[in-house]
Design a protein around this ligand. Structure first.
Ligand code: KIV
Ligand code: ZN
Length: 511
């Protein structure tokens, strides 16, 4: 690292704020897989969850704390005793831990949400920071809805929490209301006005409601902020959070402007983006900066000509620097167990149980029979559907008839608790017919909230990766399926979601 530059701390909250996207909740194993990729990318701080939110969240924070060694692992906690105790317990085994405690400081939040006087908020904030310091020497304090808080009150509360032991002060733009110039200037004034501001690192945390999350974060960096909170693919509540890949690459590409450097190994960006997308079922739009499929594709003849003559004519970054082109052909149908296992390890997936690996290996072989080239994305989609706790419903066979001018008809055989059952139905399209056939025997009473299909790799022999989101009695589950036949993948995803609904404990735990 260039010694003239300050370090910009990258705080990833994909597993906490990202998971707060409706439908993006993740299992413990999925969180561990993403956390390992973030660690490999050299993310400084991984916010693994909100330990008090549920038993599942507690266990996920605990599991990430145990498996990640090189990044600091953090849990969110409201500024109240039980939250802080729970966060501290979950982080006990972390190599390096952080408790991130917060309370709202804007007039509107204090009056209507907290129904507390500002003095009481200040008192509670100080007490929370002191309490958190009993569990770890790394405590972050956030002023929720900070960008709409009154400056004088912010200065007082920040001074007090720094004195109480907070090492990082985060001023979030919780509702995505900020504008770059104004948000950056706010940090400059805070840093100048708070007498002990030199004892803390200031942090930004921006939501994207007006599409300004990255711009606001970068403006904050220009005005003295040295930690950015962000998520892979910009995942997050409502319109999302600032996207990690955009922040990191903006800082790296415009070193002439930014007085900071990150420690991120950017070559892991694209594989991590794909992993997050395949786990959450949220596709990345093709024109998304850095990680979209078209981000480095030059379509026009003039651009292609320019790039061939001298790459920098139209390219400001190199695709390989962010991990494009690394989905190299790794394996095929002649690959053995050791090679498959080793590649999984490189992708951050380990198998403690040989029986579990045997299931994955068999799925790999089945896929390799249908598809000659097995890419990293294929390997990830194989494991994505491999953690089902209960398999009440399994697909035995599917036969779909679809001809132009006629209504598609699906005939299928299901195994329901080991018993074969046949079903058929027609529908407005082949997928609709397949789902209706399943429902004709299952009668789940669930609402279909999302159906999404994506090609896992390029080419017509690619696997289709399907996500089906179902809701029943307020419980939301994401089923996933992948197959070279997208109708089979769709049926698998639907059954996966039904299995999750049928299993006593939720596979995915939202906050
Ligand atoms: O957006 C927000 O204000 C948050 C805080 C809890 C940091 O996510
Ligand atoms: Zn947030």
């Amino acid at each position: 690292m260039n010694t003239n530059k300050d370090k910009l701390v990258i705080f990833d909250t994909t597993l906490r704020d990202g998971e707060q996207s409706p439908g993006a909740s993740m299992t413990k194993d999925e969180k561990i897989r993403i956390a390992r990729m973030l660690e490999r990318m050299r993310v400084d701080v991984i916010e693994a969850g909100f330990a008090i939110a549920s038993q599942g969240d507690f266990e996920a924070v605990q599991a990430v704390a145990e498996s990640v060694k090189d990044s600091r692992v953090c849990s969110l906690a409201r500024a109240v005793g039980p939250d802080i105790i729970r966060a501290g317990e979950a982080l006990k085994k972390a190599n390096a831990s952080r408790i991130h405690t917060f309370i709202a400081t804007s007039p509107i939040h204090m009056k209507y949400k907290l129904q507390m006087e500002p003095e009481k908020v200040l008192e509670q904030a100080v007490a929370a920071v002191k309490h958190a310091r009993q569990f770890t020497d790394d405590v972050e304090f956030s002023l929720e809805d900070g960008s709409r808080s009154e400056p004088e009150f912010m200065y007082r509360i920040i001074e007090a929490v720094i004195a109480a032991g907070a090492g990082t002060i985060n001023i979030p733009d919780t509702v995505g209301y900020g504008e770059p110039e104004e948000y950056g200037a706010m940090f400059r004034r805070v840093i100048e006005s708070v007498p002990n501001s030199d004892k803390a690192i200031f942090s930004t945390h921006c939501h994207n409601d007006l599409g300004l999350a990255v711009a606001n974060s970068l403006s904050a960096v220009m005005n003295g902020v040295r930690q950015v909170e962000c998520t892979i693919n910009g995942l997050g509540e409502r319109a999302g959070n600032a996207s990690l890949e955009e922040i990191v690459m903006a800082v790296r590409t415009r070193q002439d402007l930014y007085p900071v450097e990150t420690g991120i190994d950017t070559t892991h960006i694209v594989p991590t983006s794909r992993l997050v997308s395949s786990i959450t079922g949220f596709p990345v739009q093709p024109n998304k900066a850095i990680v979209g499929a078209n981000a480095f594709a030059h379509e026009s003849g003039i651009h292609q000509d320019g790039v061939l003559k001298h790459r920098e004519t139209y390219e400001i970054m190199r695709a390989e620097d962010v991990g494009w082109g690394q989905n190299r052909l790794v394996l095929g149908k002649h690959s053995g167990r050791a090679a498959v296992k080793a590649r999984y390890e490189e992708l951050g997936v380990t198998f403690d149980d040989p029986a579990e690996f045997q299931i994955i290996f068999q799925r790999f072989k089945d896929l390799a029979d249908k598809k000659h080239e097995i890419f990293d994305e294929d390997l990830q989609s194989i494991v994505a559907g491999a953690e089902e706790p209960v398999e009440h419903y399994q697909l035995a066979a599917l036969d779909v008839h679809s001809r132009s001018g006629t209504r598609p008809r699906a005939l299928l055989q299901l195994m329901i608790d080991g018993k074969e059952v046949s079903a058929e139905a027609d529908g407005s399209g082949p997928v609709d017919a397949t789902f209706k056939a399943i429902e004709s025997v299952v009668s789940s009473n669930a609402d279909l909230k999302l159906y999404s299909v994506n090609a896992v790799t390029q080419g017509t022999d690619s696997q289709g990766s399907v996500t089906v989101r179902l809701e029943r009695n307020g419980r939301l589950v994401n089923g996933v399926g992948a197959d070279t036949d997208i109708l089979v993948a769709s049926a698998q995803a639907y059954l996966d979601a039904l299995n999750l609904l049928a299993s006593g404990e939720p596979k995915r735990q939202g906050v």
